[in-house]
Design a protein around this ligand. Structure first.
Ligand code: FES
Ligand SMILES: [Fe+2]
Length: 450
């Protein structure tokens, strides 16, 4: 059968170590049952058979640079503490005291030589070892013999990102991420600092969130303003273990957009990002993407930014990675944008959408994260001050910028449809190949194959 894969190989042929278009795995044509988007049974299975078995992105390395620096990562019913060790490595523990089960870390971040439980002040060193049991002489020794240390979980790093796994038998992180780890390593994320960190609660299943951000098929309808600056012709690559990649051309109108010539306001913004004065730019909208690539190459040469390792596509476009199960990362040489989809442990029709902007500070005029990321004009990008996490509750506009706010309005509408007797399950196009790849991998866990 013939049909249009809409898989434009825009990256193939660029001088680049990862430029091959990958053969498409056969993920079939099944229509999954929509119950996966709302039932507690499916959520319980996802938690027991998938989330507790895979690697999960816990945080970024630059948040815990020094010995004793720690971050808290919460997902589902669990909470973890990730701590930088004196040998430069990282360890992670369940955020729970072995005495009576109190949580020990009560903030998002901190730095300490030891952890003191807030309930009866048992103390633990940064390796998780118990160093003090209050009034130890009042315990029968056979009681303490059950163990007084924190419970450790697997913790490994890749490309400046910290991952944990509750599964002692999990494959090494490098095998899990495969070549995607090498791709991400190009961006020096370990040298980037968090310049914005937001969470907001949305009335939708967490996979509804993943699905919406794994395709750009909806842009013309939900975000019509993007059509002036983003092409719908993308390259999609699917990797083992549910990982995926998508190149989305920027500074180039969609073929759906009527005016292919005028340098519109959105393209002007992208030209300015690259250090080109949009008022004196002489090309048309057809020339802007190439002009941005050249300007960034020139900037790299002038300031020694080392962009030789990036393809032209990676300089101008959004290079997006999907990390199974719940992460998407939009990569640019200047900054990366992490999306994390956190399921609500009690309500399968709710999730927390988390976004983190990481930026590589450089002493270069005009060097800033791409404007589409929506970083506030007055945001501190020096890396000297780690911003707090802003959390917006259900039903409150998240103020994540126009595009993401549009998604936040749409997802609850889609969620309502998932429960309808009239809806029999998603029918995915090849523009939505990343969604099928993600769900097929999830099904392998639910079926006990992984
Ligand atoms: S619960 Fe932690 S010391 Fe008692
Ligand atoms: Fe969207």
């Amino acid at each position: 059968m013939n049909f249009d894969f809409r898989n434009w190989a825009i990256h193939v042929g660029d001088p680049h170590p990862f430029n091959d278009e990958r053969p498409r795995p056969d993920n079939g044509t099944a229509r999954p049952d929509p119950s996966r988007f709302y039932t507690c049974e499916i959520w319980d299975a996802e938690w027991e058979k998938m989330f507790t078995k895979t690697w999960l992105l816990a945080g970024v390395e630059s948040d815990i640079p020094d010995t004793g620096d720690w971050l808290r990562f919460e997902i589902g019913t669990e909470s973890f503490v990730v701590v930088r060790q004196d040998n430069g490595g990282v360890k992670a523990f369940y955020n729970v005291c072995p005495h009576r089960g109190s949580q020990i870390a009560l903030a998002d971040f901190g730095s300490a030589n030891s952890f003191v439980c807030p309930f009866h002040s048992w103390k633990f060193d940064i390796k998780g070892k118990n160093i003090e049991v209050t009034d130890e002489e009042t315990f029968h020794p056979d009681v303490l013999c059950h163990g007084t240390d924190l419970s450790e979980v697997r913790c490994e790093t890749a490309a400046g990102l910290v991952f944990i796994s509750m599964n002692d038998e999990v494959m090494p992180l490098a095998d899990y991420l495969g070549e995607v780890a090498d791709h991400l390593a190009l961006y020096d994320i370990s040298e980037m600092v968090v310049v914005q960190h937001k969470k907001s609660d949305w009335a939708a299943n967490w996979k509804g969130g993943v699905d919406a951000f794994y395709e750009i098929y909806h842009l013309h309808s939900v975000h019509p303003q993007t059509q002036a600056v983003m092409d719908d012709r993308t390259q999609i690559d699917l990797f083992p273990n549910g990982m995926s990649r998508q190149f989305v051309p920027f500074a180039q109108p969609s073929p759906r957009f009527p005016d292919q010539e005028t340098v519109n306001e959105g393209i002007k913004m992208m030209l300015a990002d690259a250090g080109i004065d949009p008022d004196t730019f002489e090309g048309t909208a057809k020339d802007s993407r190439a002009a941005i690539q050249q300007a960034k190459r020139a900037r790299s040469e002038k300031y020694g930014l080392g962009y030789d390792k990036f393809s032209d596509t990676q300089l101008s476009d959004s290079t997006i990675y999907g990390l199974f199960p719940n992460i998407q990362i939009g990569c640019h040489p200047e900054a990366v944008f992490i999306h994390r989809f956190l399921p609500d442990p009690k309500d399968p029709e709710q999730f927390t959408y988390e976004t983190i902007i990481l930026f590589k500070p450089e002493d270069i005029p005009g060097h800033k994260p791409p404007a589409w990321m929506g970083l506030a004009e007055d945001a501190d990008t020096s890396g000297m001050m780690r911003p707090d996490i802003e959390h917006t509750g259900l039903g409150v506009p998240p103020e994540l910028g126009e595009v993401l706010d549009q998604d936040s309005e749409l997802l609850p509408i889609v969620q309502k449809g998932a429960r309808s007797r009239g809806f029999k399950g998603p029918l995915w196009s090849e523009q939505e190949a990343r969604l099928r790849h993600f769900h097929v991998e999830l099904d392998r866990y639910l079926d006990g194959e992984n």
